[in-house]
Design a protein around this ligand. Structure first.
Ligand SMILES: Cc1cc2nc3c(=O)[nH]c(=O)nc-3n(C[C@H](O)[C@H](O)[C@H](O)COP(=O)(O)O)c2cc1C
Length: 193
């Protein structure tokens, strides 16, 4: 079984999502010691923006990196993604990764009956950090809601969220939110909601 662990926070060791995504992965490793974990830091090793040259595969090295990114995603049974809430959305580094794995004919396709996800059968854990408080249904949430939409479109039906929010309100809010998020980490052996 393979787990792909991604981080995208630009705050390095001061990041709450890095701390929490590591805790989620540690929980998986405790439960499943044979788990093969691959780690990718999208902040320190960002993928380039998807451009016309990318689509034309004009740069062989970029095309190779793009295919490797796709294959790594396809191979993963579990994907754990640390994502801050940046300017009402996700970090552009994470968006650059999504642009490489959301590809027609690979992870989704259009049929006469509409779109069909081709990347089902995976579990996705979104580890979300937010300065403000948005809860589950805020119309200003273009981070978790966006990721739910993307992975649902790709066929993923088992997605869970580990969230620390309101972390910018005060140091105490941050401490409490991170503690609550740690406490909310589910056993990997429990089915995702
Ligand atoms: C560039 C940047 C943009 C941010 N934009 C928002 C925002 O739009 N809304 C919000 O609630 N918090 C925002 N924040 C606060 C982060 O969501 C918060 O600090 C979160 O903990 C980041 O996760 P991290 O600690 O893993 O980096 C922003 C932080 C940064 C650095």
């Amino acid at each position: 079984m393979k787990l792909l662990h991604l981080d995208s926070s630009a705050l390095g060791t001061n990041s709450v999502t890095r701390e929490l995504s590591a805790a989620v992965v540690a929980r998986w490793q405790e439960a499943l010691p044979e788990l093969a974990v691959q780690y990718r830091d999208l902040d320190t090793e960002p993928l380039p923006h998807l451009t016309a040259r990318s689509l034309a595969k004009a740069d062989p090295a970029e095309a190779e990196a793009s295919e490797a990114t796709m294959q790594q995603f396809l191979d993963a049974d579990v994907v754990v993604i640390g994502t801050p809430f940046y300017n009402f959305g996700i970090p552009s580094t994470l968006k650059a990764w999504i642009d490489r794995i959301a590809v027609a004919g690979r992870t989704f396709r259009y049929t006469e009956a509409g779109p069909e996800g081709l990347a089902g059968g995976k579990r996705v854990v979104i580890v979300s950090g937010r300065g403000g408080q948005y809860g589950d249904t805020s119309p200003a949430d273009f981070q978790e809601a966006y990721l739910r939409q993307v992975f649902g479109f790709l066929g993923v039906t088992e997605l869970e969220i580990v969230r620390a929010e309101g972390v910018a309100y005060s140091p105490q809010h941050r401490t409490d939110a991170v503690a609550a998020a740690h406490a909310s980490i589910r056993s990997p052996l429990a089915k995702a909601a």
